[in-house]
Design a protein around this ligand. Sequence first.
Ligand SMILES: *Cc1c(COP(=O)(O)O)cnc(C)c1O
Length: 381
Amino acid sequence: MGTTSTRQGRAWVEVDLGAVVTNAERLLGHLPAGARLLPMVKADAYGLGMAPVAAALARALGERLWGFGVAAVAEAAALRAEGWTGRILVCAPVAPSELEDAAALGVRVAVSDLAAVRRWARWGRRWGRTLPFHVEIDTGMGRAGFPWRAASRWSARVAAAVAEGGADWEGAFTHFHSADAPDLAATDEQWRRFRWAVTRLPEGMGRLRHVANSAAAWRRGGYGLPLARPGIFLYGGEAGPGTPNVPVVSVRARVVRVALAAPGATVGYGAEHRAATSERWATIALGYGDGYRRASWPAGAHVLLHGRPARVLGRVSMDMIVVDATGVPQVRPGDIATLLGRDGDATISLADLARWWDTIDYEVLTGWTRRLPRIYRGADE
Ligand SMILES: *Cc1c(COP(=O)(O)O)cnc(C)c1O
């Protein structure tokens, strides 16, 4: 990068689908033989684009793909619209008003209370079908699921609702709150609670069990279960200490102006940066309207120009930022700046942006707006 290219426009996100597949293969290597993945493609596959990501994973994994996980019925509908006819699990509680749509799409839903099971079964009976669902068990996350301690009580009621027909209790799962923390004691405790709870389930109910997000899949082998629900690891994000994966996403934008600033010249809203000496300023065609956060200033964020760091100067605008290109005299309008990813020998990582923006890799990935076209490198190249 750093050289002029006419292929792309103002600013864009590059997604390496081959790297997504590589990460999925690596993760499978940490799971029991014969294990399968339920990749989480919610939030547009963490901002990468659900359809291309799902297609690449489906093609590459074949039988090792159990299905896709989403968080909203509309996301399931989008997957179906792209032609995915395999399994989909809506992993978050579904509003009662959306259950009919979910049933029509032929997806599995996660249920967190008895009323949801009954409603789901009623749709099944009305349509003469048996609709599968998974019970979520709350072992400490506190946002969804039946309480683990009361498993004997609610599981008998769920089984009774199932006996009336219309629904099939296919699976049971829990979600970890700290599997990416250095110390896995809390995660091991959640696993113990889950294991205890599932021994209380009536015979033959919820037999497909899954617990592992990326971090637990990598660091605990998914606790030996043959199904895992990874997200962040597939997309190049950090899944806890010692979880090396391949970067997937880069963000680039054009240099659109280069100017020499005399001492005393100011830049940006509020004129918060003032040139102390003569400086070379480069304007980059991307701003907070594209997801490049205002927190970049004065956090000390930089971009890469010709493989060299160039510091963000002054407040981030909606459509532009200005960077200090004093050390990059060859910079010209039309050059490509790297906001995330590699340029020559230098790299800006998700962790760098997360640090400057005081957030996590997940929010960095999901935060690039629709304004930035996604450009894909194929899984087959
Ligand atoms: C998002 C999500 C995951 C994936 O978590 P990662 O940390 O991205 O691997 C797994 N399970 C559930 C229920 C989720 O909501």
